[in-house]
Design a protein around this ligand. Sequence first.
Ligand code: UT7
Length: 325
Amino acid sequence: MAVIRSVIRGVGAHLPKRIMTNDDLAKLVDTTDDWITERTGIKSRHIAADGELTSDLGIAAARQALVRAGIDPVEIDLVICATATPDRTFPATAVKIQAALGVTKGAAFDVQAVCSGFIYALTTAEALLRTGQFHRALVIGAETFSRILDWTDRGTCVLFGDGAGAVVLEAQPQTGGREDRGILATRIRSDGRYEDLLYVDGGPGSTKTVGHLRMNGREVFRHAVQKISGVIEETLVLSGYAASEIDLFVPHQANARILEGIARKLGVDRDKIMMTLKRHGNTSAASIPLALNQAFEEHRVKEGNLVLMEAMGGGFTWGAVLARW
Ligand code: UT7
């Protein structure tokens, strides 16, 4: 049966120049390189310069993805930016990116699902492309979490970093068979009962301030492996693939111990896990497209490969996407 699939045509990324190491952080808060490395796997992260906005990172990532896709911005008719750190409360960061790229057709909007944002944005784009209303989408994950960190809280400020990644999706007719390329299955979930375990303590409608990130790390950790493994299993059942068929596992980069735990539970080999958190930290919605970009640049993903992406974040929100590159 013929179906419309969203095929990944190009990927790009951008990281701010400034690198902050664990030793740099040890000068700010009571922590050590050993603690951060052992508990998280993170060694360094990139931090946006003053005046360097989420949209600036997103625009650079999107430009690279478009060049690699060989697609002119005028051919794009959907721009979705996943971010929890928009330039402004409104309008959406996506419209700023749209304008900077010279995209004048279609629609642009932000998706807010924190660390799961890129999975939510891919799911939304795929569904919209399937309707036939849009043909080529730019899906971006861009964050400047350094702006919402409490730099006196060692439990959170050591974990996050800034960056952006983007993919270009194109609607293509496919046969509906196992050789199909593009997004094959998606699953998104949320459960607002866990809102208080990971949140920002401010906002325009409550405190009229931006606020700072607050997290009960131990509790988030406790939920992560179970919730993510569950949604991955649902996605695999939906698509008819087995975990053993996955060529590359591209998880949200929160903690090396979480990623290894999930891979172990699924039976995915360690060498199939894309791990970038050592140099990027947790970049929230940007972490999956940043990791996809690194996989592309290191030739770890090629046409025909089965790629599994997953994330979990504040809300809680969580989800998974299975795609053939
Ligand atoms: O992307 C969104 C989703 N987020 C996540 O998935 C994060 C999930 N959580 C985690 O990754 C881990 O819980 C953390 C890395 C945040 C923390 O690791 P943990 O092994 O759960 O440590 P903990 O919070 O249980 O803290 C253990 C100890 C505490 O000291 P006491 O109470 O045992 O004396 C903390 O105060 O480590 C202390 N601690 C630190 N020590 C040195 C907390 N942060 C630091 C630090 N440096 N930066």
